[in-house]
Design a protein around this ligand. Structure first.
Ligand code: TXA
Ligand code: MG
Length: 348
């Protein structure tokens, strides 16, 4: 049995947050909203509690977790040192969708870091998450609150779908704001390196770190490149239907999707088309869902995971998805879409 409580997202009720914090303190699992996606939280300093996260999600043991803090003072006990640049990034982007990798201290349990010598830390920009961390009075370990391999949850109902009965509580704070996960930035080495594109964009980071680079596995579609972030190597964000991602000139994308739709419908498949407001009226068959307007990629990011789940609910066999440009948040959107599509990328 999982307790589900609804809270006021701007001003969460203290008594309700305390219930969640009591569960965290006693070694249980609580799903809670952040500004990116819902997280599945446990006391990050309690090895036994953290292990429950891996079991509930079916998460591979070699995939490390992010520790969530509510105050900058919580960072130094967890890390060996904080560079000036890391300090500057925390100042500028925290609370917010930026996860920083530091050399870990001995305080951090091995199951958090999956045996690596670095620890990932972020301060979420969400009143409910911050209140829960403060009331728990420990760093909270939290991966996205989905079953491993499924699209990340942007609504409490997504968490319920995946984890009901497997965790102690779900705190429902409504729809999450950003809709894709945090940017993971490795500050532990000589050069800052982006391991996962996310809510804070490359362009924003370059304002502070002009020389920041991206891990090769983000730039290339080559599956043989081993990503530096263990989580990036798994099949991810995957709907049940088989997805094809179309990249290129928009008119060509629409034509190609139309052709593929015809082909698969002829084969007796149920086809879903992941379109945008600009293109949705150009299709005349299949189940057509729009991510929103191409003029507002923030909205597209917000709708991406829930749209993938909607196609699952409708039982489509094939999802034909339009790509977007990879400026700004588009980079994170395309990273998630490519993973959802596995290797099925069609350039037109
Ligand atoms: O927005 C987010 O980051 C959400 C919310 C809940 O905060 N959390 C999230 O956690 O996306 P998760 O576990 O789904 O993704 C964390 C990513 C994984 O790809 C993991 O491999 C990587 O961060 N990561 C964590 N610690 C790492 C480390 N020490 N070295 C390299 N990658 C690490
Ligand atoms: Mg995840």
């Amino acid at each position: 049995e999982t307790i589900i409580i609804k809270v006021n997202k701007q001003n969460p009720e203290k008594a309700l947050i305390k219930k969640g914090a009591d569960i965290i303190k006693s070694g249980g699992l609580v799903a809670f909203p952040t500004e990116t996606v819902y997280g599945l939280g446990a006391n990050g300093l309690d090895e036994k509690a953290v292990k429950k996260i891996f079991i509930a999600k079916g998460r591979p043991q070699d995939n490390p977790l992010i520790l969530h803090v509510a105050e900058k003072d919580q960072v130094s006990p967890l890390v060996e040192f904080i560079s000036k640049e890391a300090e500057e990034l925390m100042e500028k982007f925290w609370p917010g969708p930026l996860t920083l990798l530091f050399k870990r201290s001995k305080l951090v349990p091995d199951c958090i870091t999956a045996g690596l010598d670095t620890v990932a830390i972020r301060m979420p920009n969400h009143p409910v998450a911050l209140a829960l961390i403060k009331a728990s009075d420990v760093p909270i370990a939290a991966p996205s609150a989905n079953t491993s391999g499924k699209p990340s949850p942007t609504l409490a109902s997504h968490v319920k779908e995946d984890l009901y009965g497997k965790i102690h509580m779900i705190i429902d704070g409504g729809k999450t704001g950003i809709g894709v996960e945090s940017t993971v930035l490795d500050m532990s080495g000589d050069k800052p390196l982006i391991l996962r594109p996310g809510g804070v964009t490359l362009e924003q980071l370059r304002e502070i770190l002009p020389y920041v680079e991206e891990d090769l596995s983000i730039i290339k579609d080559d599956e043989n490149i081993v990503p530096k972030s263990p989580g990036q190597k798994y099949k991810h964000y995957a709907p049940k239907g088989e997805m094809y991602l179309f990249i290129g000139n928009l008119d060509n994308i629409v034509n190609a999707i139309d052709e593929y739709a015809n082909k698969y419908i002829e084969l007796g498949k149920k086809v879903g088309i992941m379109a945008t407001d600009e293109t949705k009226s150009k299709y005349n068959k299949g189940i057509i869902l729009s991510l929103g307007t191409r003029k507002n990629k923030e909205a597209i990011a917000r709708n991406l995971f829930s749209t993938l789940r909607k196609f699952d609910e409708k039982g489509v066999d094939i999802i034909l998805a339009e790509g977007v440009d990879s400026q700004g948040i588009g980079k994170a959107i395309m990273n998630r879409m490519k993973k959802a599509a596995g290797g099925n990328i069609i350039r037109v």
